[in-house]
Design a protein around this ligand. Structure first.
Ligand code: GDP
Ligand code: MG
Length: 291
């Protein structure tokens, strides 16, 4: 009987969860950034070998929500914990001994799935600090260099339940291409702009036509204020052109074909605080107490 199950990657913002998911799947599925809170939604990657399949959920960082978008991010992470067969708890190895997941995530009780702690960014540690820290459930890895990741996978695989594969073995994600296109535009905004602007950005793909060559994509960058719109467009449209060019290059590499990217900027006042706007962008707000 093969093994298969859901593997949830959790941890604080910026510890390297998305980099680890990309490393495991061998494909850039999840956007990564030196800026915290780049992952908003959960990203599903699939890793299949001859006898096991992991459906891997990357999650937004666990944080104390201070506005509705962050509440949605936190409840996404908590739901993914509930669904997990195995949990990879990612921490930054340079920050010393991590608190238990239950404490770090502010959970009332420990999750039922087994937890493997990945001490990430081991490439930044000097060798004398890596001695003796690894145990059966704690492992040093570097998502950046790939060090320790094969070992981590072997340990996760051991704890997966026996089950037929959940998805076809050649699938690497469950999300539609549109999702990745929107994420690549958002990542480009994160790369090119600073301060508050990236956090106020949501991207929606409004038209996606595969029946044309080049592929036609119309996407809208939503911001919260007119002043942010002006920053994104830039003087004589120079900034939006730069965002468009860099985004298009990423989308073409991902799609493997030429792309015409028609990029727009619109203001949706205070969308991060508005439940209607949040659900429009696919961020699920869960009402009531999280478990
Ligand atoms: P997330 O918020 O937990 O998803 O973190 P990201 O995957 O977006 O990574 C945050 C930052 O840490 C990025 O700048 C990554 O390049 C960096 N990073 C991730 N993994 C490693 C690692 O193993 N070593 C080092 N040196 N940097 C890393
Ligand atoms: Mg992330």
């Amino acid at each position: 009987m093969p093994k298969a199950g859901i593997v949830t990657v959790v941890g604080k913002p910026n510890v390297g969860k998305s980099t680890l998911l990309n490393r495991i799947v061998g494909e850039k599925l999840s956007i990564t950034s030196p800026k915290p809170q780049s992952t908003r939604d959960r990203v599903v990657g699939i890793r299949s070998t001859a006898d096991s399949q992991m459906v891997i959920l990357d999650t937004p960082g666990l944080l104390n929500p201070s506005y509705p978008l962050q509440e949605a991010m936190r409840s996404t992470a908590l739901r993914a914990l509930d669904e997990a067969d195995v949990i990879i708890y990612v921490v930054d190895a340079t920050e010393g001994t991590p608190p238990p997941l239950k404490e770090a995530a502010g959970l009332e009780k420990s999750p039922r799935a087994p937890i493997i702690t990945a001490l990430n960014k081991s490439d930044k540690l000097s060798p004398n600090r890596t001695e003796g820290v690894a145990t059966a459930d704690v492992i040093l890895v570097s998502a950046l260099t790939g060090d320790g990741v094969t070992d981590l996978m072997a340990r996760v695989e051991k704890r997966l339940p026996e089950s037929p594969f959940l998805y076809p073995e050649d699938e690497i994600s469950t999300q539609p291409v549109r999702f990745f296109v929107a994420e690549m535009v958002r990542e480009t905004v994160l790369e090119q702009l600073h301060d508050e602007v990236p956090y106020s950005v949501a991207v929606q793909v409004e038209e996606y036509r595969e029946d044309r060559s080049p592929l036609y994509i119309r996407a809208v960058i939503y911001v919260e204020r007119d002043s942010q719109k002006a920053i994104i467009i830039g003087s004589k449209g120079a900034q939006i052109r730069r965002i468009g060019e860099a985004s298009r290059a990423k989308i073409e590499a991902f799609a493997g074909s030429q792309v015409y990217l028609d990029l727009w900027v619109k203001v949706l006042a205070n969308w991060r605080k508005n439940p209607g706007s949040l659900s429009r962008f696919g961020y699920q707000l869960v009402t009531g107490k999280s478990k």
